[in-house]
Ligand binder design. Structure first.
Ligand code: ATP
Ligand code: MG
Length: 422
């Protein structure tokens, strides 16, 4: 049997990789402009990091983690998300002592044991960023404006911002009780998982995808009605700034997100065209997590973007075309050998070129160059070797001119630069 990749684990092949490189390039450029530095993290962590941060009652920790014992019997987990590791690194390296505000971004694979389907895989990639040490609602606004900008530069117009506030440890208990009372009265309409959640972690019921639970949740009390003075001011400060800069949003009072560590602002960017897997970016504030993982009390906010889902939204038409600028057509062994060093020199000069190593007739080689849409062909055969001049053919206009073999490199580089500046 032919070996296959594991279900839910994808190969990304050219030309699709060009879309990924485009996204990653724009992401790095934008995050750079906002003063973030890149952090590279391990893919494996101690399991405890995720159960303590994401929360034991969440779908991720309950049923989606790739967890196994290593040879020494320690429980390790393939990271299901990036934030927990960034916080672990921040605390471990005491970055708060180096800088008051730390802005970090990452990109890389995450792993969740979910049912594979369009837009949902077991290995998937996230682009994410976190800001530590800034509690102001202005930081929340900056992050959302930056994300909107990111979609804009990639020409994605369908991403819509949904916003909520989950309050803090002061306002949450009253809401939790009100929600618990409400859900207890509707127990028979909830799924089996949610029966358990009502006691242990009632906010998780709001995130249940079960149709029966969704119906119950529609009538549940709303966290926004329970926010204390400070949290209310933070939320209104944020929406006020968004209004000022003209960034549209929809307040979604039932959005809790799938991780337990959020406080105050939570958000999602939804793209209508992705079906049920429509969340393309998501995040929120988590002002208590750093302290919970053993660091000094440090406010924080972050987001993660699903790269596969984002790639589906990118219009391929805007990508730079990936094709050689020039095909070096060698007719015969001698000509091919004469062109071999030129091919290396062109690479050094940054000119995308191609050289045939098989002997083929001129007609054949030109046909292939035409099909591959190269801009120019350079023709060298026995006759050209003898006279000392090669033929440069513009594939579009079909104009040809002669170039001395002694000045091939400089002439081609000149033509290439002229073409780039057009
Ligand atoms: P969903 O509600 O779609 O399951 P989520 O709440 O689990 O998303 P997060 O944990 O917040 O998602 O991750 C942020 C982003 O990562 C999501 O908005 C999505 O774009 C992407 N993502 C999450 N899980 C997967 C997956 N299994 N396959 C592909 N992308 C994913
Ligand atoms: Mg999920």
């Amino acid at each position: 049997m032919v070996l296959q990749a594991i279900k839910g684990f994808n190969d990304i092949l050219p030309p699709e990789t060009a879309v990924w490189q485009f996204i990653e390039g724009e992401f790095r450029r934008l995050l750079d402009a906002y003063g973030y530095g890149e952090i590279r993290l391990p893919i494996l962590e101690y399991t405890e990091l995720f159960s303590r941060s994401i929360g034991d009652d969440t779908d991720i920790v309950e049923k989606e983690m790739y967890t196994f014992a290593d040879r020494a019997g320690r429980s390790l987990t393939l990271r299901p998300e990036g934030t927990a590791s960034v916080v672990r690194a921040l605390v471990q390296h005491q970055l708060m002592k180096v800088r008051e505000v730390n802005k970090l971004y990452y990109l890389g694979p995450m792993f969740r044991y979910e049912r594979p389907q369009k837009g949902r895989y077991r290995q998937f990639y996230q682009l994410g960023a976190e800001v530590f040490g800034e509690a102001s609602h202005r930081q929340d606004a900056e992050m959302l404006v930056m994300l909107a900008r990111f979609f804009h530069v990639m020409n994605i117009r369908s991403a819509k911002l949904h916003l909520n506030s989950l309050g803090c440890e002061q306002c949450r208990p009253a809401y939790r009780r009100a929600l618990q009372d409400f859900l207890a009265g509707r127990r028979e309409d909830l799924c089996a998982d949610c029966h358990r959640r009502v006691e242990r972690n009632p906010l998780r019921v709001l995130d249940c995808k079960h149709p029966g639970c969704r119906e119950v949740v529609a009538g549940a009390p709303k966290i926004l009605d329970y926010l204390g003075e400070e949290c209310r001011r933070h939320f209104h400060g944020l929406t006020g700034l968004l209004d000022e800069v003209g960034l549209e949003y929809e307040v979604d009072p039932m959005m809790v997100r799938g991780l337990d560590y959020y406080t105050r602002t939570t958000f999602e960017f939804l793209a209508g065209d992705l079906g049920a897997q429509n969340a393309v970016a998501a995040g929120g504030r988590y002002d208590r997590l750093v302290a919970e993982l053993g660091g000094p009390s440090t406010p924080a906010i972050g987001f993660a973007i699903g790269l596969e889902r984002l790639a589906m939204l990118v219009d391929r038409g805007q990508l730079p075309v990936d094709r050689p600028f020039i095909a070096l057509l060698g007719l015969g062994e001698k000509a091919i050998d004469r062109l071999f060093p030129l091919r290396q020199e062109l690479a050094r000069a940054g000119v995308p070129a191609r050289l045939n190593y098989r002997q083929k007739g001129l007609k054949n080689l030109l046909k292939k160059a035409d099909r591959d849409k190269v801009n120019y062909s350079l023709i060298v055969g026995d006759q050209e070797l003898e006279t000392g001049v090669a033929i440069l053919r513009n594939m579009e206009s079909q104009e040809q001119r002669s170039i001395p073999l002694s000045s091939l490199l400089t002439e081609i580089v000149e033509v290439f630069n002229g073409h780039q500046n057009q």
